[in-house]
Design a protein around this ligand. Structure first.
Ligand SMILES: Cc1cc2nc3c(=O)[nH]c(=O)nc-3n(C[C@H](O)[C@H](O)[C@H](O)COP(=O)(O)OP(=O)(O)OC[C@H]3O[C@@H](n4cnc5c(N)ncnc54)[C@H](O)[C@@H]3O)c2cc1C
Length: 336
């Protein structure tokens, strides 16, 4: 049984952190199973990416083509299929990037295999590969294995240690005819780092709650100040922005809103459960449906004017009973 690790390069021909994490998991799985690891890379140019992980000691396959620069489904699928067939691997491990989350279920169909996506861990048990996955909005973690082969698995970010070990890789080029792919990229529009406020790799999750849009001590709302303050903090620290449900729902209710917040930012039971080493909640009450989304945040702090808020009920490590407008203004001054 061979384990094939499959990854695509980024626009700058490197491998993303999530891809290095999936390689770490694939390598550990191959070692646990006592089997060989193979690496398959696709992208416009894969040489630099292969060298960056050459230390994993695997056999390398690669498909390099300009058509593979932007993540066209049909091209990604054709390249992945060619590598999987050349390798003949029974287990395929890949990162759950948006690009592979689209393409690899198709690979399972082409190879008459099976796919499991958004896995949270891999291990070898009694000589068999076993995968872990969260169910029911991350309330329960299940383990599963399959007899069908090839078994294709995509691993979520933050679930394994990133592989590190550069060297010089000898990549076997796999031929693929991409001429029949009819989709042509019209161009790539990347959001700027400042516009993209959901940053999974950030050290800090900054949560903005509905309090930022509520009447303050002077009897007035100051959404414009709130927006500028939050934006300045995010711009300087490159923290990831999260929000409470109440705040992101306000836009639908016609209230004064923080313009750069969307439902994608919502953290909690019906939102996301991001993984960051630290979290700072501001103007957010800390109700249970919100705080369950903090289960993977290691160090939690909150700023709230109410000493009896939800965070004070054992849900954070440090609660600053203070006005977040004043605190964040001061923090911005210190950072600036
Ligand atoms: C089925 C269900 C699912 C839900 N899912 C989610 C979910 O996924 N995510 C989620 O977030 N919520 C969820 N909720 C809603 C959740 O219960 C709360 O209603 C919501 O989190 C409250 O948001 P908030 O704390 O921002 O607002 P509020 O409850 O309005 O709290 C605002 C806070 O701001 C403080 N404040 C005001 N001004 C200042 C200031 N100047 N400085 C400091 N503090 C200040 C106030 O003291 C107050 O504590 C769900 C609810 C249900 C019923």
């Amino acid at each position: 049984m061979t384990v094939l690790y499959l990854a695509h390069t980024e626009c700058d021909n490197t491998l993303a952190k999530i891809s290095l994490e999936a390689l770490g998991a694939a390598k550990a799985l191959a070692e646990g199973l006592g089997t060989d690891l193979q690496v398959g890379l696709i992208g416009a140019d894969v040489a630099a990416a292969a060298d960056s992980v050459a230390g994993c000691g695997a056999k390398f396959y690669g498909v390099a083509d300009p058509m593979l620069a932007d993540g066209i489904y049909a091209a990604d699928l054709a390249a992945a299929e060619a590598i999987a067939k050349a390798s003949g691997a029974e287990i395929v491990v890949a990162p759950a990037t948006s690009r592979f989350s689209r393409a690899l279920p198709g690979l399972a169909v082409r190879l008459d295999g099976r796919v499991d996506t958004h896995l949270s861990g891999l291990e070898a048990k009694d000589g068999k590969p076993v995968a872990r996955r969260w169910f029911y909005r991350q309330r329960m973690e299940g383990t599963l294995t399959r007899e069908e082969r090839p078994w294709i698995m995509t691993l979520d970010s933050g679930c394994a240690d990133a592989f590190a070990g550069a060297g010089s890789a000898d990549v076997e080029a796999v031929a693929v005819d991409l001429a029949s792919v009819r989709t042509k990229p019209a161009g790539m529009e990347c959001v700027s780092e400042d516009e993209q406020t959901i940053r999974p790799d950030a050290q800090l999750l900054f949560v903005a709650g509905a309090g930022w849009t509520k009447k303050q001590a002077d009897g007035a709302v100051h959404v414009d100040v709130a927006e500028a303050t939050i934006k300045e903090f995010l711009g300087t620290t490159k923290s990831s922005l999260g929000s409470s449900k109440s705040l992101v729902d306000i836009s639908g209710e016609g209230g004064a809103v923080i313009s750069f917040l969307t439902h994608m930012h919502q953290v909690g039971q019906t939102g996301s459960s991001p993984r960051h080493p630290k979290g700072l909640a501001t103007c957010c009450h800390g109700e249970e449906p919100h705080v369950v989304g903090w289960r993977f945040i290691k160090e939690r702090r909150a700023v709230n004017t109410d000493a009896g808020c939800g965070w004070a009920q054992g849900k954070c490590d440090v609660l600053y009973v203070a006005d977040a407008f004043e605190i964040m203004k001061k923090v911005n001054e210190l950072l600036g």
